[in-house]
Design a protein around this ligand. Structure first.
Ligand SMILES: *Cc1c(COP(=O)(O)O)cnc(C)c1O
Length: 391
């Protein structure tokens, strides 16, 4: 597979690794340092002037983080990227650096929780407003844009109902209106979707999920042009201090080594589990972008190369207790937030709903989000089968 004219194997195994400089070790060192030494006042002065030009202090650039940064930018097919301590920080910096008081944002409805909190709680304090739209219709993007709209915020697919946006069409529309675009590409990762090549200005993804892959670290990526990344580095990145730490960056480099094989396995297993659930009488339906029953299946096939292991199923019951019983009857599949690790997970939507507000007529209340991990698919299916028999 070629990414940005570079083989993905080269990006993962070689790019940015300068082994001769560290004893020809295959695995890169964790440069666990806060600061870097200078011999010449002139060199120190230059580092003050352009902190992105070299190593001064690890709140800015760090050599271990830089190895990861170069690999992730290449995976995204972007000129450059910044690596954050988590995905939420990457979203925050990407948005915050591009808005000022009086500006307006158009966002897909129900974006990732902490994107929504920023739009609803933080930005209004600075006089910045957000309009949420159903992003599946290109006309909604057109109609919601005002003269003070500066940013379109996308998340395709969304991570609960997997609603897609036509990324190329939204990108072209935004360009024609001089509106900056930022997409949350966490669901697909750059292995399965390349938003920068489709006309997005910035792509973000959480590295906590597939890149880390072992549920043992957090990380976030924001990519785009070098000019955009430098602008964000010189302001929000250094100011908020939300860059990733060297050890966590090292864990993500390690995660990258096996990213394609893990994703391949997870994608294959997810299809098996989806097919099992689809035919089960206690399941009303499954929401999975690359299943032919998905409302935007055609668009998903056009812009995604794969779908990974995350999907939602709708339980065929009118009782919240049945959903609770099902989730609590699983013996191997764990109940937890997040996804992208080795372990299969479920999370029922009703966990956030007060029992007296549970309305079975509302399909969403009967959603269970599932992530299929690296276990044997027959092991996962057997666990689901037993728990479904309990209700
Ligand atoms: C997890 C997640 C994030 C946030 O990433 P963190 O690393 O947890 O901060 C953003 N978007 C989506 C779709 C996610 O699933």
């Amino acid at each position: 597979m070629k990414m940005n004219n570079m083989d993905i194997s080269q990006i993962i195994n070689e790019l940015a690794e300068d082994r001769e400089n560290y004893f020809n070790a295959v695995s890169p060192p964790i440069i666990q340092t806060s600061n870097f030494v200078f011999k010449k006042v002139d060199d120190l002065g230059k580092a003050f002037e352009d902190e992105m030009g070299g190593y001064l202090y690890s709140r800015g650039l760090n050599p271990t983080v830089d190895i990861l940064r170069k690999k992730l930018a290449a995976l995204d097919g972007a000129e450059d990227c910044l690596v954050f301590n988590n995905g939420a920080a990457a979203i925050f910096a990407g948005v915050f650096a591009n808005v000022k008081s009086g500006d307006h944002i158009v966002s897909v409805k129900a974006p990732y929780t902490w994107a929504q909190k920023m739009f609803d709680v933080v930005l209004p304090r600075f006089g910045i407003t957000t309009t949420y739209i159903d992003g599946t219709q290109i006309d909604n993007w057109k109609n919601a844009a005002r003269s003070n709209t500066v940013l379109y915020y996308l998340e395709s697919p969304n991570s609960w109902d997997f609603a897609l946006q036509d990324i190329k069409a939204v990108g072209a529309l935004a360009r024609s209106k001089n509106i900056i675009t930022l997409i949350d590409n966490s669901y697909c990762s750059p292995i399965y979707q390349r938003p920068i090549e489709m006309g997005m200005d910035m792509a973000m993804q959480t590295a906590t999920k597939y890149i880390g892959g072992h549920s043992d670290t957090l990380g976030g990526v924001l990519s785009g042009t070098h000019a955009m990344m430098k602008k964000i580095f010189d302001s929000e990145y250094l100011n908020i201090g939300s860059g990733i730490q060297p050890f966590n960056a090292w864990l993500l480099i390690r995660g990258l080594r096996t990213l394609p094989v893990r994703l391949h396995r997870i994608s294959q297993s997810a299809i098996e589990v989806v097919n099992f659930l689809k035919q089960h009488p206690k399941i009303e339906g499954v929401l999975f972008p690359l299943d032919e029953t998905f409302p935007q299946y055609e668009l998903a096939q056009q812009q995604m190369k794969g779908a990974g292991g995350l999907f939602t199923f709708v339980m065929n019951t009118d009782k919240m207790e049945s959903i609770v019983k099902f989730c609590e009857s699983l013996q191997h599949i764990m109940m937890a937030v997040s996804w992208g690790g080795h372990e299969s997970l479920v999370i029922p939507k009703c966990a956030g709903i007060h029992p007296k507000d549970f309305d079975p007529a509302n399909k969403e209340h009967r959603y269970v989000r599932m992530y299929v991990g690296l276990e044997d698919p027959s092991y996962i299916i057997a666990d689901l089968e037993v728990a479904l028999r309990e209700i």
